[in-house]
Design a binder for this molecule. Structure first.
Ligand code: HXC
Length: 515
């Protein structure tokens, strides 16, 4: 064969490789409203930046006629690309090849991309669209998953890891995403479950659709497994590209500083948001949007455990992790799910050098048999553990209530907050005035001629005595009481003051957070 023929052959082999499972299957993918593996990489990365790895790899299995079903690339496209100039590594499963199923070499490619991401300190993004373990490859496929899970675990806390579920993700395939930091899903298109509706019907008799069982809203709102959902793949890619600008590439770097154009000396009109009556709800996101750099708040886990709001924002151009009570949902009470949500987010921030700011208006942990028996002690402890463990700058702003155990989690200097600020409207106490009066004045109230009047007196007495920021400030538990108009200015000062913070921990293999 002469050189011309060799070049011609190369062009044909490459063109075939780029087509994955072929034109008909690409059309089927498009007809389902889904992009192909390569189109997805183009949507995520800067134009022309993608460098493909192991493009021609093929499966080695011969059983079940697999020697006749070999596709260059083996059903997954991997390599590195740039997002807004920042290097990332990507794997994107190709549903047009054997349903994106994971065989031995397919797994090798993903593991190689993970290894390179870890070695180069680059974020790793995996796009999942797969029928799960390639059944014909049996235990070699399972072995491949094990490599991927191990790499996910070793990378955890070293590089950010995203899982973008753009089709089926079933069986053991769900566990790699579950180990990563954030899961993204598309309404009506992404499905995650360890066993699908048919198996559930056979085993338990329950009947449920794919969407209700494992769709985006099931995981974003109910199970809490997923963090973000979108109407379209394009919306999802746009968001991931924006999110990347908040994060460092790895745990050795600081998060990027962005010019947001929002003046550092701008006053904050928060008092128009906080109701005059202490028990009335408001949306803490209105405060966030008023105080932090213009339009920079990216909420994480928006639909799950809504009594707490977490997400990234910019403050004077710096990335911060916000951890805020939400009086607009269940009076902001902390429960099992909000504790899990908060703790996981805080640990992500601490891993990647993102300072934490808590906005506090919380009556306590949720009382009830279901919560007690569901393990609120263990789950609630995660929040305390995550804050105490974190070495990043930690700033707390007490807006209204800060009571009991939740006061410790959200605003205690002794737990590790570096600067605690309070509004004049703050109420910092061991518990609410009604509960306190009922306990400490129980006998007096019972013996009174009119117990109701006596109870009201005792409640008012407790309120007068303790429901303010001055007692805590007098003990040094609050650093400063601030004029709410100066919230943005004071938070920027607190952040700048702590940004060079260095804190060591005793040498250990790892802690044992109550899981
Ligand atoms: C081999 C597979 C496959 C798989 C799909 N295909 N899943 N091949 N192994 N796991 C093939 C199909 O045979 C078909 O090939 C092609 O991919 C497209 O699949 P369709 O079924 O035509 O597509 P669709 O109708 O869209 O349905 C998609 C699907 C379905 C819902 C994902 O294919 C399905 O239910 N697959 C099996 C899912 C499953 O049980 N996975 C668990 C595997 S065990 P042809 O050539 O016929 O078009 C597991 C354990 C892992 O994952 C544990 C790890 C720790």
């Amino acid at each position: 064969m002469g050189n011309n023929e060799k070049l011609q052959e190369f062009k044909e082999v490459k063109a075939k490789m780029l087509k994955g499972g072929g034109e008909a299957r690409i059309k089927a993918q498009h007809d389902k409203g889904k992009f192909t593996a390569r189109e997805r990489i183009e949507g995520l990365t800067d134009e022309g930046s993608f460098i493909e790895s192991q493009a021609y790899i093929k499966g080695r299995t011969t059983e079940f006629g697999m020697d006749k079903k070999r596709f260059a690339g083996d059903g997954v496209v991997t390599g590195s690309g740039k997002i807004n100039g920042k290097q990332v590594f990507i794997s994107s499963q190709d549903f047009t090849v054997l349903g994106g199923s994971l065989g031995e070499m397919h797994a090798e490619k993903i593991a190689e991309a993970q290894n390179l991401a870890l070695k180069t300190g680059s974020p790793f993004i995996q796009v999942n669209d797969s029928g799960g373990a390639r059944i014909q490859e049996g235990i070699l496929a399972l072995n491949g998953y094990a490599k991927i899970f191990r790499n996910n675990t070793l990378s955890s806390g070293v590089i950010p890891q995203f899982s973008v579920i753009l089709g089926p993700c079933a069986g053991g395939a769900v566990y790699s995403p579950a180990i990563t930091d954030f899961i993204f899903m598309i309404d009506g298109k992404s499905h995650m479950y360890i066993t699908g509706p048919d198996v559930i019907k056979a085993v338990t008799g329950e009947i449920i659709s794919h969407e209700d069982l494992g769709g985006a809203s099931a995981h974003c709102a109910k199970s809490g497994n997923a963090h973000f959902h979108f109407e379209t793949e394009e919306d999802c890619f746009y968001f991931i590209r924006a999110l990347m600008d908040y994060l460092p590439s790895n745990n050795q770097e600081q998060p990027p500083i962005t010019e947001t154009g929002d003046p550092a000396d701008r006053k904050s009109n928060v008092m128009s948001i906080i109701p005059d009556v202490q028990t009335k709800p408001y949306d803490v996101r209105d405060i966030i949007n008023e105080v932090f750099d213009n339009g920079s708040f990216l909420e994480v886990h928006k639909d799950f455990a809504k009594s707490i709001v977490v997400g990234f924002a910019k403050l004077n151009g710096r990335t911060v992790g916000l951890f805020a009570n939400q009086p607009g949902f269940m009076a902001a009470v902390l429960d099992i799910n909000s504790s899990d949500k908060g703790a996981r987010f805080l640990r992500f921030c601490d891993s990647f050098n993102i300072p934490i700011i808590s906005l506090v208006d919380v009556p306590g942990y949720l009382p009830g048999i279901a919560q007690e028996h569901g393990g609120i002690i263990r789950h609630g402890a995660k929040l305390l553990y995550a804050i105490a463990e974190a070495t990043v700058p930690k700033i707390s702003l007490i807006i209204r209530k800060s009571y009991g155990g939740s006061m410790i989690a959200m605003s205690s200097k002794s737990l590790g907050y570096d600067r605690v600020l309070a509004y004049p409207t703050a109420e910092i106490a061991v518990m609410g005035a009604e509960g306190a009066a009922n306990v400490i004045s129980r006998k007096e109230i019972k013996a009174a001629d009119d117990p109701a009047i006596k109870r009201a007196e005792k409640i008012a007495e407790f309120q007068q005595e303790f429901m303010n920021p001055y007692v805590a400030a007098g003990y040094g538990l609050v650093d400063d009481i601030i004029d709410p108009d100066f919230t943005r200015i004071e938070l920027i000062r607190a952040l700048e003051m702590n940004v060079c913070k260095r804190e060591e921990r005793p040498v250990k293999k790892h802690g044992n957070i109550p899981l």
